[in-house]
Design a protein around this ligand. Sequence first.
Ligand code: SF4
Ligand code: SF4
Length: 332
Amino acid sequence: MKTVSSLLDESWHERYRKIASLNIRSSIYDVTNRCNLRCKGCFFFSSNEHEAALEEMELAKWYDFVGREKERGVNLAILIGGEPTLYLDRIEAFHRLLPTYCATNGQIKIPRDRFPDMMVGISLWGDEEDERILRGKDTFAVSRRHYEGDPYTYYLYTITAKQVGRLESVVRKIADAGLKVHFQLLTNDEDVDGFSWSGEKLRDVRSEMDEMLDRYPRTVISCRYYHEVITTGKMMGRSFGWNECPSVTEPLDTRNPRPKRLIRFIRWASDLKTMHRCCTSETRDCSTCKDGAAHMSWIMVNKRDHLRSTEDLQNWIEVYEMFAKLYRFIPW
Ligand code: SF4
Ligand code: SF4
């Protein structure tokens, strides 16, 4: 087999060294079952995960739990929900003990005096028109006002089939607000009319994402290989799906043979006892899953397969760097 050193020149090798030492161990936590929005296509509510467990209400139990997670080896806590900002005290339990990333719809501003350097990812589902259809309001206007110029915040832009051809107006507004953006694709778990993907739309969105990356390199945190894998669902000739997914909760993972996967990954419900199947929807048909983080992790855990050629290994490095930038393990 080819080795890393034989495939990379000195500058790529240096980039490789920076990420190879990171050893990221993430897990995902539902901070609450409540949300101040109800988006059509939200995997959490559409799969009834908000009813899977009763929320732990005692704050001391959250602190105990996070301490145990730290002992378990977790070094990146990814907070989702529901809407985590409805419970800042619970967020603080994580932030005090672990590097923490908080996903939010951006409608409640996270106070920076309390969480000065916490990574924040704001969900965005398109331009004003699509956000009104899918989320009931133009969340973008509010979140932009709350986070303009914030150095620890980026938009997680969930691109829908209807957004194809219209990405630039959104990306430009994010650039103008002094923020960053990362792309992923809507899975359309609730079959909202007009928001499902066709092969043609996926091809088009791939080239449009590439174009945005070229035109806005200081704003878009992404890379071409990620665009390829997420739009085709293929990597090294293999197809993404249940048999390949790396983001399955480890104690619930009964797959045999077990694919390469995230070590010690668990997605916890808000009772701090119940585990969900994976990083997204309990009920989603994996063959339709477009989850960006799961695709990104799929690439990252399969380094060995990318030792085929210099180009393959460089692609792998770029995806790993993208992930590390999104959680600020390396600067963007
Ligand atoms: S803001 Fe997030 S958690 Fe709330 S309904 Fe929308 S997608 Fe779901
Ligand atoms: S729904 Fe997606 S993230 Fe969950 S197990 Fe299936 S492929 Fe993986």
